[in-house]
Design a protein around this ligand. Structure first.
Ligand code: FMN
Length: 193
């Protein structure tokens, strides 16, 4: 695949415990030669947590990609009319953003980016990370599995004893899932045994 001719949106939602891992796969993605446009939800752009300070993540994401971070609805909107992206990755994707995307709500930078990008009938790749993946969010995952131009990174339960409804995507499958999505396919297996 000719990554160097691709422009890929990399959108991060507020699953802060996965940010360290997310930055690792973001770094690998930039090393393919693709032009990576970073997007952070308002929550992830503005919130310091025990997993790190927002300022530090912002600096690292900007340095890795060499591009300014889109972090407002206003700045995400042109993704549609400009046809800016070949692929939009949402990694990590929270239960909150899953619900909004499934419900057609676009009131954050990330959900607006998804809406704007889908208008161009190009692929979106979701990497779920949510404690209610097999609970309240399951219906939204189901709806999105059945939606045109939306694909998932393979996911699994991450701690079935202590968090029986929790699901997390296998972030390391990002590039394989992207290659499949560019061909209009869902990377398989979606669920492991
Ligand atoms: C420390 C911390 C960790 C969180 N981890 C997760 C998570 O792993 N998955 C999730 O769906 N929400 C998580 N949340 C909740 C989301 O950040 C919250 O629902 C937020 O509104 C998401 O906004 P966004 O989807 O626009 O980023 C966490 C919140 C905090 C403060």
């Amino acid at each position: 695949m000719d990554w160097e001719n691709k422009t890929i949106g990399f959108a991060m939602c507020g699953s802060f415990c996965t940010f360290k891992k997310a930055l690792g796969v973001l770094n690998s993605l930039t090393q393919t030669g693709a032009n990576v446009i970073p997007i952070m939800s308002e929550m992830s752009y503005e919130t310091d947590t025990r997993f790190g300070a927002a300022k530090d993540f912002i600096e690292r994401v900007t340095a890795m990609t060499g591009n300014e971070i889109i972090h407002t609805v206003k700045d995400a909107e042109p993704i549609g009319p400009k046809g800016l992206l070949d692929l939009l990755v949402v990694l990590p994707c929270t239960g909150n953003s899953l619900a909004k995307i499934a419900g057609g709500i676009a009131d954050t930078s990330v959900t607006m980016a998804v809406k704007a990008h889908l208008r161009n009938q190009r692929p979106v790749l979701l990497a779920v990370s949510t404690n209610d993946g097999l609970g309240n969010a399951a219906k939204n995952i189901g709806a999105l599995l059945n939606s045109k131009n939306i694909y998932f990174l393979p996911f699994a339960q991450d701690d079935c004893q202590n968090k029986p409804c929790s699901l997390v995507a296998d972030f390391d499958k990002l590039q394989d899932a992207a290659l499949a999505a560019f061909e209009g396919k869902q990377l398989q297996p979606l669920l492991g045994l």
